[in-house]
Design a binder for this molecule. Structure first.
Ligand code: MTE
Ligand code: CO
Length: 417
């Protein structure tokens, strides 16, 4: 633990900037119209209950939205938008802000017509309605979903100016669903069964092969996110949850599970979601998401606006292999590292929140964060990644991200490797 993260260190930091805080507070209090004037919301009664039957954020939060990068894709039906990580805190992504990645647009599935078929190497091929699924024992678990292409644009150098765009192909949600194992057991798996194929009901009919070991381990057939029905964008009424593994395998609008004895080698596991290495060979079946972290504040969309003095750095970290017991933060591009303070629940294959409070002297900063996961794996630099995998990759970039902050507090995406 560094000095600043101990109780005494924090108290000391508080005293160092305390005088500044006191003065600003006193100046504001004397004649501050926000205190002395009657405010527009006070003289009349407000809207009553039921004015907003489904509650939405305050109108003052209108900037907190998913955003896309139009030049990245040719058409929004096969495209992606990004979670505004710099606007969020804690670890749960609100449903309306979960990034979207569709290969054939959003399927509007009527829950009454929803069917899940199990066929292939099973004793009894079966078809379940949504009501049938809800009669199985269910589980609640919080997991991150990260697209394998998250941070893909940054492989060869700094590109997109904002953590929403560099790291926003991730969300972290509490799912309610039935363990896939229970559904497979209901149909009865033949002894030769080794793989499943998950298939979506959307126009792209997305399919992925998943090894049986994973299917029987921790996959969920989920119908709720953060307590309410899945959003259409996230696969309403049912999606597959494949904890810790690349987002592409989390098939939305799940309509069929075929059981087989080998993988299917479909498009999403051959021409896509494989990594061409320097020697011309490709890595494939790179399912697990390696440990990664990013500082969300300050960042290019969230500059420091308060000037020198007490400053809070925060960010998120995650690992497809377990939990994140530790994150380090550097202010000088990796010369000195400080252990950040973890806050909030630490769950398997879920996002973790970290903070680092310090007294900013107003000089330029090179901010980075470095995650350590529960297996002992440490997040690599981008140079270390490129040394292993060459320059051709897009997927699975979990390299350390750098934000350069200038004297005005403005942050920019740079690379220090
Ligand atoms: N499932 C179907 N049926 N169709 C899709 O286009 N996109 C996949 C996966 N499942 C997709 C799908 C990809 S590439 C990702 S990263 C995640 O869903 C995105 O999930 P989200 O839209 O909930 O963020
Ligand atoms: Co994806």
């Amino acid at each position: 633990m560094t000095d600043k993260t101990t109780r005494r260190g924090l108290l000391k930091a508080g005293f160092a900037t305390g005088a500044g805080f006191g003065l600003a507070g006193a100046a504001r209090a004397a004649g501050d119209p926000a205190i002395t004037e009657v405010q527009p919301w006070a003289p009349m009664l407000g809207e009553g209950v039921d004015a907003r039957p489904y509650g939405l954020p305050s109108k003052f939060e209108a900037e907190v939205v998913r955003r896309n990068v139009p030049w990245l894709t040719a058409d929004p039906v096969s495209s992606v938008n990004f979670t505004p990580l710099h606007e969020l805190d804690g670890i749960i992504t609100p449903n309306g802000l979960c990034f979207e990645r569709h290969h054939g647009g959003i399927a509007e599935v009527d829950p009454g017509d929803y069917r899940l078929m199990i066929n292939g190497l099973v004793d009894t091929p079966m078809v379940f309605t949504l009501e049938d699924l809800k009669r199985f024992p269910r589980e609640n678990r919080v997991h991150f979903l990260e697209c394998a292409a998250n941070t893909g644009m940054e492989w060869r150098g700094a590109q997109l100016n904002g953590c929403q765009f560099t790291h926003g192909m991730i969300h972290n949600v509490m799912y309610t669903g039935v363990p896939l194992r229970l559904i497979l057991e209901e149909a009865g798996i033949k002894t030769s069964a080794r793989w499943i194929l998950a298939e979506g009901a959307d126009a792209s009919a997305m399919t992925r092969s998943i090894p049986m070991e994973k299917a029987l381990d921790d996959c969920l057939v989920a119908f709720k996110m953060n307590g309410e029905a899945l959003r259409p964008e996230q696969g309403y009424p049912v999606r597959l949850v494949v904890p810790g593994w690349e987002g592409n395998m989390w098939v939305k609008w799940l309509r069929r599970i075929e059981v087989g004895d080998q993988p299917w080698h479909h498009r999403e596991e051959t021409s896509k979601y494989t990594d061409l290495l320097a020697d011309g060979k490709a890595r494939r079946f790179t399912w697990e998401m390696d440990a990664k972290s990013v500082i969300t504040n300050p960042s290019p969309q969230a500059p420091i606006t308060h000037g020198p003095g007490r400053t809070v750095i925060t960010g998120v970290a995650w690992s497809g292999r377990g939990t994140i017991p530790r994150v380090d933060v550097t202010l000088d591009g990796g010369i000195n590292w400080h252990q950040a303070r973890m806050s909030g629940p630490s769950m398997q294959k879920s996002m973790h929140r970290f903070y680092y409070e310090f007294d900013w002297d107003g000089r330029p900063l090179l901010l980075q964060s470095r995650a350590h996961d529960s297996t002992g794996y440490v997040q690599p630099t981008k140079d270390q990644l490129r040394a292993l995998r060459g320059e051709n990759s897009i997927y699975h970039n979990n390299g350390i991200q750098t934000w350069a902050v200038n004297e005005q507090g403005v942050a920019e995406n740079v690379e220090v490797s």
